[in-house]
Design a protein around this ligand. Structure first.
Ligand code: ADP
Ligand code: MG
Length: 474
């Protein structure tokens, strides 16, 4: 196999617009616009398709509220009151999201004011997939470190809200069994166990005087923490490692609820929308999505999430690049170990590439050559990669908007409007993500889209757990 090549000769080849065979190296320079238009056909979602997806989404939500055997789990959170902004007190919160793990101390000061002190911990990779006690002991140990470092007073026990952003069948505000791990976690022997007990036992092993009073999904937390400052908040969305949403439903509209009457007649529902369309009925699932699904965790599951969230977007881009490299229409057909390794094309690189507004796409070149070690990246290649990022991210934003639109439609709030609190690095940091979502909402709702206010709900998953713990205290 011939491996050596002369980079200058290659450069020449790359700039010629014909099929070349030097004897050493075959390379087809297909017209840039032709390459892009093939990809556009795969990734662009028409307004009509958006409407179709939205319609199916609403139906699936209704089905999930009737029965547990549906794709959308529509899990009652046992949170039945929204805050007034007057709640006060000091609480601990744990935020286990997927990528980051934080311990927080939260002071609710009333008048919608919050003080937060937080410390980030990195979860060791082996704890993510080992025996459950390894993970929960690590969580307890982190709390112990935090209490010591921040001098937290636990003389009279301190209440803690536990934000646990994995699918849980909630059975009480402070009780819920693990249904499934995702986002790179897999503590197999914990499936079916109560998460609160697992944490409480680990805390007891460390003799910490911490009382776990609420088990909170991060979407519910995001909703509740934003509601503490903006009472019009009815939806909480996560666009981070994974994606999910929670919203305010009326108890009458939850046929499967067997928990008796609820005074407020309101229940926050955790939709677990990441699983939407696991049947692959309506989403524009491509060969690249299929490949990623087959090669990654939980094949056949979390279909919607795999097209939207941070854990997957970069990987989709990598698979598209690899395909084009193998067909010898990108990078002169040359790959690298980095480019060939799953997970090496981070979603954050897409952000960087999309933020590159230099005429030569110099930063894009940096990412591809310096980080991903592609030997030579012609300006044409940079433009193509940038377009791939754009297409994958636009598709993600439009699908996320579709989910929001479905929830708002389900709540009957298209006319009356509501605030949607959104947390997560993809929404916060990915350039234009917000505008792309707004565009799609406009395509779906026309002028009514202005009634839907998308707001960044930062730190929601931590603060929300404290707000819920405070409401549980009353
Ligand atoms: P978690 O989901 O664990 O709560 P985050 O909300 O911070 O954490 O989301 C982390 C995800 O966001 C990662 O999958 C990462 O790929 C992605 N991410 C991090 N930084 C950026 C960025 N600048 N642009 C786009 N995505 C990012
Ligand atoms: Mg998070």
């Amino acid at each position: 196999m011939e491996k050596t090549f002369d980079i200058n000769a290659l450069r020449e080849i790359l700039h010629q617009n014909t099929t070349q065979n030097t004897g050493k190296y075959t390379y087809r320079e297909i017209d840039e616009s032709q390459v892009c238009s093939e990809l556009e056909d795969i990734f662009i979602i028409s307004p009509q398709r958006l409407r179709e997806i939205c319609k199916v989404f609403v139906k699936e939500m209704e089905a999930g509220l009737k029965s547990d055997d549906c794709t959308l789990k529509m899990i009652p959170s046992f949170v039945t009151n929204r805050p007034t902004g007057k709640e006060v007190g000091t609480y601990l919160a744990l935020d286990l999201g997927g990528t980051n793990f934080r311990v927080c101390e939260i002071n609710l000061e009333g008048q919608s004011k919050v003080r937060l002190r937080a410390k980030k911990f990195t979860i060791p990779d082996d704890a993510k997939t080992a025996d459950q006690t390894v993970l929960f002991d690590f969580l307890a140990e982190s709390i112990a470190i935090f209490i010591k470092e921040y001098n937290i007073n636990t003389d009279n026990e301190i209440n803690l809200g536990f934000t646990f952003s994995f699918p849980v069948q909630q059975t009480a505000l402070n009780e819920g069994t693990i249904l499934l791990w995702n986002k790179g976690f897999n503590c197999a022997n914990s499936i079916g166990k109560d998460v609160v007990s697992l944490l409480a036992e680990a805390l007891a092993r460390k003799q910490l005087k911490v009382n776990v009073v609420a088990l909170v999904n991060d979407t519910v937390g995001t909703l509740m923490s934003h509601a503490y400052v903006d009472p019009g908040t009815c939806v909480g969305v996560i666009l981070g490692t994974g994606t999910n949403a929670a919203y305010v439903e009326s108890v009458d509209a939850i046929p499967k609820w067997k928990g008796g009457p609820v005074k407020s007649n309101e229940m926050i529902i955790n939709s677990e929308w990441g699983a939407f369309d696991n049947e692959r009925k309506v989403l524009p699932w491509s060969k690249y999505d299929e490949q990623q699904d087959q090669e990654g965790n939980n094949p056949g599951r979390q279909t919607f999430e795999k097209m939207i969230s941070g854990m997957y977007l970069g990987e989709i881009v990598r698979l598209v690049c690899k395909d084009l490299i193998e067909r010898k229409i990108l990078f002169g057909g040359m790959s690298s170990t980095e480019m060939d390794t799953p997970g090496k094309f981070e979603t954050a690189y897409m952000s960087r590439i999309e933020r590159d507004h230099t005429s030569e796409l110099t930063d894009t070149k940096m990412v591809l050559q310096e980080i991903l070690k592609i030997p030579y990246v012609a300006p044409r290649d940079r433009r193509i990669v940038r377009r791939i990022c754009e297409l994958v991210a636009i598709r993600a934003a439009r699908l996320a908007a579709c989910g929001v639109a479905a929830v708002v439609t389900k709540m009957n709030r298209v006319d009356t409007g509501c605030t949607v609190a959104i947390d997560g690095s993809v929404y916060e940091h990915y350039p234009h993500f917000d505008n792309r979502m707004r565009d799609a909402l406009h395509e779906l709702f026309g002028m009514f889209s202005e009634n839907v206010s998308l707001q960044l709900g930062k730190d929601g998953s931590g603060i929300g757990a404290a707000v819920i713990a405070a409401l549980a205290d009353k």
